[in-house]
Unconditional design. Sequence first.
Length: 151
Amino acid sequence: MSLKKQIDDKLNQALKAKDKNTYPTLRLIVSAIKDAEIAGRSKGQKELKDSDIISLLKKMVKQRNESCEVYEKAGRKELLENEKKEITVINSFLPKQLSDEETKKICEETIKSVGASSMKDMGKIMGALKSKHSDSLDFSKVSVILRGLLK
C-alpha cells in the first residue's frame, strides 16, 4: 500500500473516531501532499512517489522542531506541546531513524570506504551516505558526527 493511501486511511479513521489530537495534523499532511502534486503537474509528474512524500514529511518535522525551539525559548508550553504532538503523528509515517551509535558506525565505515581524511572530503562522504542511507539517517546528526571524526 502506498504511503499516501496509508495517510488517507489514517485520516479517515481519525475523523470517524473524532480524534482531535490526530486529524488536524493528518489534514496538514494531506494538504502538503496535494500542494506538492499540484506543483509537480507543471513538470509532468502526476502523482508523488513514496520517497517524495517521505522527504516532504521530513521537511515538516524539521519545521516543527524549529518551532519547538522558538516556543521553548519564549516559554509557550501549550504551543510547544501542540508541535510535539504533530511531530509524533508525522513520525509515525517515516521510516525508523538509526540510533546515534549506528549512525556513527555507518559514518566511520563510509569515511574508510571513500578514503576521506579531512573536512575537504565532507561532500564526498555526504553524497555516499545519501545514496545508500537517505531514509534511515538524520543528516543533521550526521553532519555533527562527521565534524567530530574529520578534525
